[in-house]
Design a protein around this ligand. Structure first.
Ligand code: ADP
Ligand code: MG
Length: 362
């Protein structure tokens, strides 16, 4: 399956001065192949991030790159003049043919970014300060893109957060029962059906369409090594039009529980209120100036919704015989579904307190 790519030759196809010096695989992301490549420029090593787009997920890489180019140019214009502005936004390096991607002989799409130095991402949250900074960075990202000129960005993955359609996919998987697993997952199926009404709530709330990141996890925000500030949001493949709350909801899902996504000991899966509070405060610090009243009122619900949605996606994949998410053990997708549902239950138990917090901030 995996192939050795000639990274030096690919890197040289981009407008990078100097001598290629070396490359190494980088990061713990699951989607793209990322390499840190070093060139010597006037005797100094300068690093770049080279990435191969995952074409099994992104069927239209040109549309992905057009979205990223428009978004990064807009962000760059907005932050220009700020101190250290090069580290506040991803900067694409054009290929020698002036496109912002390079298509290799095997049909792979590559892109290159300036490397953001003296900052890093974290796979799991270590402090409330990190949660605050991550949420603030995503809120800022959305805020700076509120006035992105038309046309609408490409929908690179259709109906990404359309929860009713995700629920319909679950119902279809149940009907087909191709892997004959419905009996085994009976409690989880019942759990999902008991909450079916959550699926429509955000879509029915008459919320404005905005530019959203759609993969708003902690490990997609670079935190400054010295100050800990969230300086730059990365991983822009899924940037699209959508609801601002999708990003906030996904932050709640991915940042408030310290347990792994496939943790089997469900007693470890809880929504940590201190992390939720940090997320709310960080997000409102930057996004508070543009969010409507209705958006603010649905912040808690968005965490529930996105956690529910991810749970039903894992459940659907389990019932369909694991076609989408890679599994490393029996019932891996069922375990993942259970952690999402355990987190959702923990949110439900603390919902009143979460609502009270929001009312106290308004
Ligand atoms: N321009 C960049 N400079 C420095 N590090 C980066 C840059 N872009 C991404 N990274 C790092 O590489 C990791 C993987 O990149 P990412 O774009 O998130 O790919 P994936 O889709 O596989 O998650 C990120 O979590 C981040 O740590
Ligand atoms: Mg990533």
């Amino acid at each position: 399956m995996s192939k050795v790519h000639d990274i030096a030759a690919i890197a040289r196809r981009f407008q990078i001065d100097g001598q290629f010096f070396g490359a190494k695989p980088f990061g713990s992301g699951h989607i793209n192949d990322s390499y840190c490549v070093t060139f010597h420029q006037a005797g100094e090593p300068v690093r770049y991030m080279l990435q191969r787009i995952n074409q099994s997920i992104f069927k239209n890489p040109v549309a992905v790159m057009e979205n990223i180019q428009r978004v990064t140019s807009h962000l760059a214009a907005k932050v220009s003049g700020e101190p250290d502005c090069n580290r506040l936004v991803l900067t694409l390096i054009s290929a020698r043919d002036e496109k912002v991607w390079h298509l290799d002989a095997d049909g792979n799409f590559w892109r290159a970014y300036r490397f953001i130095e003296k900052a890093r991402t974290y796979d799991s949250v270590e402090s409330a300060k990190q949660a605050f900074q991550a949420a603030k960075a995503f809120g800022r990202f959305q805020k700076l893109l509120v006035d992105l000129p038309s046309p609408r960005l490409h929908d690179t993955i259709a109906d990404f957060h359309h929860t009713p359609k995700r629920f319909a996919a679950l119902e279809q998987a149940l009907d087909l029962d191709v892997a004959r697993r419905t009996i085994k997952a009976k409690p989880e199926i019942d759990f999902a059906f008991a909450r079916k009404s959550i699926a429509d709530v955000l879509l029915d709330a008459d919320l404005p369409e905005r530019i959203t990141h759609n993969d708003s996890k902690l490990n997609n925000v670079m935190l400054d090594d010295v100050t800990g500030e969230g300086i730059c949001v990365v991983d822009l493949d899924t940037v699209m039009s959508g609801l601002a709350l999708y990003d906030f909801g996904d932050l709640v899902r991915t940042t408030t529980s310290s347990a792994r996504e496939d943790e089997r000991d469900l007693s470890k899966v809880t929504m940590q209120f201190s992390m939720f509070e940090a997320l709310v405060r960080g997000y409102l610090d930057s996004a508070g100036s543009f969010l409507t009243k209705a958006e603010r009122q649905h912040l808690v619900l968005s965490g529930k919704l996105i956690t529910f949605e991810q749970g039903i996606r894992f459940l659907t994949d389990y019932l369909a015989g694991d076609p989408y998410y890679k599994v490393h053990r029996d019932e891996h997708n069922l375990d993942r579904c259970r952690t999402q549902f355990a987190l959702l239950e923990s949110i439900e138990q603390q919902e009143e307190r979460m609502d009270r917090l929001l009312r106290s901030i308004e």
